[in-house]
Design a protein around this ligand. Structure first.
Ligand code: SAM
Length: 252
């Protein structure tokens, strides 16, 4: 096709019409919605989103893709494509929106946290590396459970809607992927986020040591753990997302 894919920009494109339609369906878009897409590529997913009649804001960092994306704006008047680094933009979408993307792997985590943190973002439907998807749905106690699991699960209902093999991408990456959808139900308080970050800052240490190292009083943490019926030597990876919220409340 003459286009030289950039590995460093995570340019692994999709072209299977059924898969693209299924991802758009996972996002539950209707004509009343606003959709935000990070990394439009050649526009394969963008077209499916715009076809729903939704207002679509698509972002693409690589201006070489203008020749594929600009013509789509003429076909879909409710589509706006911005050629910029999404992580450096602070756009106002005029209200609530749903985030949808086949994310470039190198910015998966910051993009996810940005959408989780934004109260205007109603849902997140993203293709991510399979391992990231597993971390997002991981239950407490296992090696996959961490700050991203807690953040995603506190944000709302998280599920893997489909698993996608590497052969579905052009060029195929070295990893398999999955689509994760988070239907957000609320916002997580900054104080909870701070505590969760501290709890997973040193995975081999006990929760008490992690939290006291981050400035929480050791005695207060011990008495809060006791009030929650938790072992004083518990590690952060054992606490459920609601327990993190209760612990924050007790320490505030
Ligand atoms: N949506 C297309 C698809 O599904 O075929 C392309 C997905 S591809 C995995 C990721 C796209 O994100 C690439 O086109 C890449 O150039 C773009 N991209 C990478 N970093 C970006 C950034 N910081 N801001 C906006 N787009 C970015």
């Amino acid at each position: 096709m003459g286009f030289k894919h950039s590995h460093s920009l995570g340019q692994n494109f999709l072209s299977d019409g059924n898969l693209l339609a299924a991802i758009a369906a996972d996002a539950e878009l209707s004509a009343d919605d606003t959709a935000v897409e990070v990394g439009a590529g050649m526009g394969a997913l963008t077209v499916k989103l715009a076809s729903t009649g939704a207002r679509v804001f698509a972002f693409e960092i690589d201006s070489r893709l203008e020749e594929y994306l600009r013509p789509l704006e003429a076909t879909y008047p409710r589509l706006t494509v911005t050629f910029a680094d999404f992580m450096k933009c602070e756009p106002d979408f005029g209200g609530d929106y749903k985030a949808i993307a086949n994310l470039p792997y190198y910015i998966t985590t910051p993009v996810l946290f940005r959408f989780l943190d934004d109260p205007h973002c109603l849902s997140v439907t993203v293709m991510v590396q399979k391992e990231v998807a597993e971390r997002m749905i991981a239950p407490p106690g296992g090696k996959d459970y961490g700050a991203l699991s807690v953040a995603a699960q506190l944000a709302g209902d998280v599920r893997i809607t489909r698993r996608v093999g590497r052969h579905m991408f052009d060029p195929p990456p070295n990893v398999d992927s999955a689509v994760v959808r988070i239907r957000k139900t609320g916002q997580t308080d900054e104080s909870v986020k701070r505590l969760v970050r501290a709890a997973f800052s040193m995975r081999r240490k006990t929760l008490v040591n992690c939290l006291s190292g981050a400035g929480y009083g050791k005695d207060s943490v011990l008495s809060a753990l006791s009030a929650l019926g938790l072992d004083p030597a518990v590690r952060g990876e054992r606490l459920t997302p609601p327990q993190f919220v209760r612990l924050t409340g007790l320490l505030s």
